[in-house]
Design a protein around this ligand. Structure first.
Ligand SMILES: Nc1ncnc2c1ncn2[C@@H]1O[C@H](COP(=O)(O)O)[C@@H](O)[C@H]1OP(=O)(O)O
Ligand SMILES: [Mg+2]
Ligand SMILES: [Mg+2]
Ligand SMILES: [Mg+2]
Length: 352
């Protein structure tokens, strides 16, 4: 199957939602709530989830959706719900054809809340399931750093389509990897990554109207691993900076890591701006969420990379809303992945 329509709709939907999040990014008040697990969620997360689910349901009504957010807190907070509705109502691409392809506007605030709640699939091993993270790296979003709007289609447990909207990464695939956003106007920034299993990965400028033309991306070859650049989370609670530093040292890597929030890390290594992405668990009991990895996994694999957990197992997207069979993530160019994994195992093994 070619998944041409799925990729097209996913890219348009992520583009439109990313533009909504950018408006919130530049506002001082972001309507932030704290969820039960103490993580933040903003009006940008809710608005983006509503828009993307509306687009998927309009085009693929039978498909299920695993979305990070749900609307119960909004039903108890009319003020916040109305703020989101204002954002969603006025979100549109400049291109009318694209707008129509996304199912036209959401008609009411209630329909918006229902769309948010339609991301409640339990996930699983059968059928077509979309994994949606409307803002990945919400902490980065609040800090003025990197974040990503992430959407993937999983079919019978494996990722077929992945799209990442990264508004704060440079458009230029060859720009050196840096977590800084030193250009507050956003000029020259905003990239949309896409991939279909078996068909390669691409990047294109995020833009405001119809999709601009894309170019193929490839990971960089790494003839000498000691020259590699690796990226990792900003948040020390999300992955073990200590273990990652020990692994880099054992590999002979001398360059400092680049710390950035969100799946912008997967996009960055896929286009060769960085080489490795290491995410070693801090807490044994944390289960990674499928929406935090699905799009990034297929984009890196299609750009010539390998993605496994810290034990070398493939990421298993068929187990529900989380990657409960996996611990950590190791992403690297295919030619050096085994070498990196060996060091990961030996560094983690020596701790036990
Ligand atoms: N203890 C944890 N270990 C790993 N990832 C976590 C942990 N807690 C939250 N996350 C998730 O990591 C993702 C961000 O990753 P990164 O730090 O690489 O940008 C977020 O989706 C965040 O989830 P949440 O959306 O609930 O905040
Ligand atoms: Mg996330
Ligand atoms: Mg999120
Ligand atoms: Mg979150």
């Amino acid at each position: 199957m070619s998944y041409e329509k799925e990729l097209h709709i996913a890219q348009l939907a992520v583009q439109r939602a990313t533009l909504l999040t950018q408006r919130v990014f530049h506002e001082k008040a972001k309507g932030t709530l704290s969820k039960d697990d103490n993580s933040p969620v903003t009006i940008g997360d809710f608005g983006a989830q509503a828009l993307i689910i509306h687009a998927i349901k309009s085009n693929f009504p039978q498909d299920e959706i695993v979305g990070e957010e749900e609307a119960s807190s909004l039903r108890e907070n009319k003020n916040l719900s109305t703020q989101i509705w204002h954002l969603v109502k006025s979100a549109s691409l400049e291109d009318e054809t694209s707008e129509r392809e996304l199912g036209g506007p959401i008609e009411s605030e209630e329909q918006m809340l229902q769309a948010i709640d339609a991301g409640n699939s339990a996930g699983g091993a059968h059928g077509r399931i979309w994994a949606l993270d409307p803002i990945d790296g919400t902490k980065g979003f609040l800090r003025g750093g990197q974040y990503a709007v992430c959407l993937a289609l999983i079919s019978d447990g494996s990722v077929k389509v992945g799209v990442l909207g990264c508004p704060n990464l440079p458009v230029d695939d060859a720009a050196p990897l840096s977590a800084d956003i030193d250009d507050p106007s956003g000029q020259g920034r905003g990239v949309l990554f896409g991939a279909v299993a078996g068909c390669g990965a691409t990047s294109r400028p995020l833009g405001r109207g119809a999709l601009q033309s894309s170019q193929a991306i490839r990971m960089k070859s790494v003839p000498d691993i000691t020259d590699a650049t690796f990226c990792e989370s900003v948040e020390a609670g999300h992955s073990s900076h200590g273990d990652q530093a020990a692994i880099a040292k054992a590999l002979g890597i001398t360059r400092e890591s680049v710390r950035m929030d969100s799946q912008a890390k997967y996009g960055s290594i896929a286009r060769g701006a960085g080489d490795l992405y290491l995410r070693l668990p801090v807490r044994k009991d944390y289960q990674e969420k499928i929406w935090d990895h699905a799009a990034g996994e297929v984009i890196v694999k299609e750009a010539g990379g390998e993605v496994t957990d810290a034990e070398g197992k493939r990421l298993d997207f068929s187990r529900g809303r989380t990657l409960k069979e996996n611990k950590g993530v190791v992403a690297a160019p295919r030619a050096v992945h085994a070498q990196v994994l060996e060091v990961v195992k030996s560094v983690l093994g020596s701790k036990e």
